[in-house]
Structures are given as structure tokens and as C-alpha cells.
Write a new protein. Structure first.
Length: 200
């Protein structure tokens, strides 16, 4: 089984978190994608996030009818920031028969050398890199630590058209009581945000 981990704050989850993932799943024959909402993202320590349980619920609502896409509470239960290398080691132990993959955006790959044990990650899982708006997978534009990694067969770049949706802009709209553009946020998520006033 090709098991894929996809972490993030998902604040809120939107179509840019779903459509490229389904495209990657089809392109690479991936069996199961686990979304991992993170309680305390190390790189967003200063930004106030919606409560972890609320972000988990929004992911669950969005993925309910999405074949092959599931949500895991694993990174919500640690009581501390979650680090990708440690999460991969956990799932390698929990699912020893799985062919483990990690799905990240191109902007995250360009920052991988700054992550805790980031350069070890391709040894723990095959890394699938999604295009993000404004990012190009040009090796000569990468830090020296990542140039060789970009050519490793453990790293796969997908060149699907990026979806230009901003969680920041969505939060601002929702805080003003506005409806996001059609198709960007699951209707159940919009109602949930409004009911619990997550961004006001």
C-alpha cells in the first residue's frame, strides 16, 4: 500500500489542499492519503490559529466524500510541536508494510534544509512535491543543500497547475462575514466557521 502523509495547519482547509492531492493520488497510484492537522506548527509559532479540534473537524467535513483521503489526529495528541521526521518514524513503525510517501508544497521543499532533520526526510519516505503559486522547481534556484536532493529518485516533482487560493485571504473574508468564492471552501466548513465564530 502506498500511504501518503500530508501535514499542515489547515486553517481553514480549502480546495488547494484537496484538488492537487487527488491529482497526485491519481498520477502516482497512491492508495491512501492521511491529512495530519498540526496542533502547534513549529514554523507558525507566533500566529494564532483556530483551535486544533476545530481544524481537525473542518478537515473531516471536507474529506468525507473524497475517495482515498482521510484525516489522522496523530499530530494533535503530542502536546508539543510536531516535527515531520518524527511523524514519519512513527508511521514507519505503525505501518511497516506501507510504502510511505510525504506530500509537501514546493515552497516547503525549498525550506526543507531548515526543518529539524529535514535532509533525512527522503530516507524516511518518498517525497512528493506539489507545485505552489509563484514557485518553480528549478534546481539552480535551490540552496546548495537541496540541489542534489532535488535530483534524487526519492524526490518526485509534480507539475500540475497550481491552485491560487490563500488561507489568509479566506480567514479575512470569513472574519468579515463574507462568503468565500464558490468551490474554495466546503459549504459545511463555512457554516461551521460562522457558527463558532472561529475567525472573529
Amino acid at each position: 500500500m502506498k500511504l501518503v502523509l500530508f501535514g499542515g495547519s489547515f486553517d481553514p482547509i480549502h480546495c488547494g489542499h484537496v484538488l492537487p492531492v487527488q491529482a497526485a493520488r491519481q498520477a502516482l497510484g497512491l492508495d491512501r492519503v492521511l491529512y495530519l492537522p498540526t496542533a502547534h506548527p513549529p514554523h507558525k509559532a507566533r500566529r494564532k490559529l483556530a483551535p486544533p479540534h476545530a481544524r481537525y473537524a473542518m478537515v473531516e467535513m471536507t474529506l468525507l466524500d473524497e475517495e482515498g483521503l482521510f484525516v489522522s489526529p496523530y499530530e494533535l495528541t503530542l502536546g508539543r510541536p510536531a516535527y515531520t521526521a518524527e511523524t514519519l518514524e512513527h508511521f514507519r513503525s505503525a505501518e511497516p508494510a506501507a510504502d510511505l510517501h510525504l506530500l509537501i508544497g514546493g515552497d516547503s521543499f525549498a525550506d526543507l534544509h531548515r526543518w529539524l532533520r529535514g535532509l533525512e526526510i527522503p530516507r524516511l519516505a518518498r517525497v512528493v512535491v506539489l507545485a505552489r503559486p509563484g514557485w518553480q522547481a528549478a534546481a539552480d534556484g535551490l540552496p546548495p543543500e537541496l540541489r542534489a536532493l532535488a535530483e534524487d529518485d526519492r524526490v518526485v516533482f509534480l507539475h500540475q497547475p497550481p491552485i491560487d487560493v490563500s488561507a489568509t485571504r479566506l480567514r479575512e473574508m470569513l472574519a468579515r462575514g463574507e462568503q468565500p468564492p464558490a468551490g474554495q471552501v466546503h459549504p459545511s466548513v463555512v457554516r461551521y466557521v460562522q457558527k463558532y465564530k472561529l475567525y472573529t
